[in-house]
Design a protein around this ligand. Sequence first.
Ligand SMILES: Cc1cc2nc3c(=O)[nH]c(=O)nc-3n(C[C@H](O)[C@H](O)[C@H](O)COP(=O)(O)OP(=O)(O)OC[C@H]3O[C@@H](n4cnc5c(N)ncnc54)[C@H](O)[C@@H]3O)c2cc1C
Length: 415
Amino acid sequence: MSGNRKEIDYDIVIAGGGMIGTSLGIALAPLNLKIAVVEAVARGSDQQPSFDDRSTALSRSSQRMFEAMGLWPEIRAASTPIKNIHVSDKGRFGFSHIDAAEQKVEALGYVVINRVLGNVLQKSLLAVDGLDLICPGKITAVTLSDSQAEVTIQEASGSRNLSCKLLVAADGANSAVRDMIGISAKQLSYEQWAIIGNLLPEKAPDNRAFERFTESGPVAMLPVADNRAAFVWIQSPESAKEVLSLSDDEFTARIQDAFGQRLGHFSRVGKRAAYPLSLSKANSLISRRSVVIGNAAHGLHPVAAQGFNLGLRDVAALCDCIADACTASDGTVDCGDATILENYVEWRGPDHRNLLRFTDGIVHLFGDSRGPVKLLRNIGMLGFDLVPGVRKMFARHTMGLAGKLPRLSRGVPLK
Ligand SMILES: Cc1cc2nc3c(=O)[nH]c(=O)nc-3n(C[C@H](O)[C@H](O)[C@H](O)COP(=O)(O)OP(=O)(O)OC[C@H]3O[C@@H](n4cnc5c(N)ncnc54)[C@H](O)[C@@H]3O)c2cc1C
């Protein structure tokens, strides 16, 4: 760049160092770009909203991605495989299931505690050459122009401005950076809360995950370490508040009643936490020299355990688009070039739309106890169980293997 014009500070600034922003920073490492990850909440703080006590079910495409990034041995050691998913409807005889052996895979997914995954990801992020982690630092303003994006960062020592060729908004469902770059979002409350925690079932989960739909909302049990089960229990806000005020014994009896006896008697319930649920969708994925990914682009109901997996496919596709541009330009790439961003939008649109429709459909299909809907649900579950092709198609979606997959989601390293 010539004489008195200021150099642009970074190729890419990633706003938000949660599950998705951190994954993107690590995934971009082979491209030798100059990157900053700006995260508002200090590492290890109880207030960290991404790396908390929730458990995440990683899909097969996410597993492949972590393999390609060289992180899988450490994540695998801290996670529990799911070999069978069992779906049932309280008050209806029978159930549906998906089996790893039938799908000819070692596991349908792996369950890992967010805090544990966070430790692996943050350690790896700090080892990326050419990457600066600015934490705690909050992005408070953005100015976009044809040549650069400029961000204002508030730190304990005061505020400063940084420039970059591409700004990535990965700052979660209530993304302020998305607003700052002029992208609005549709947000619709489900009027439901997810209560999470874990407990000890009498019968070991034995690598089985359970999803049970009840009149008051679905309850999922995921296998985790020490033969415990992590639960996600969906309730109306009023009912969630009441359930959260119960003693350990009262809570255990209540969730036992909702889930039934398939895993025997429940005991030793741990700390509970609640998350209000909403559906959100950014009205555009890109603006000038900027892109939104992860929950900032799409917030899903956790009923199908797909939000993070979908966000990781955003990461993989964005890395592919940038890597292709690097190859085409002999290394001097402009990461915020409009062609890269348009390629990204074209690629990600269908996956976002399909998964939003799919999860929202499940919420409404199983949340409605009216006669015709219940009948449809029973026919659907029956068809699902009797026709292996339907099960296979469903399994490919939940494993994240449907549609056009970027390199990392296929387990192929970027470089
Ligand atoms: C109960 C529950 C269970 C779930 N289970 C699953 C599952 O099994 N499988 C699955 O795939 N998904 C699951 N999800 C979804 C998954 O948790 C989210 O998709 C994922 O956390 C999104 O990550 P993110 O990094 O996009 O956003 P977030 O996790 O919200 O992270 C955003 C980060 O940005 C930071 N930030 C915010 N504003 C600023 C700013 N102005 N400047 C700098 N930094 C900022 C925040 O501090 C935060 O660290 C579940 C969700 C819930 C609620």
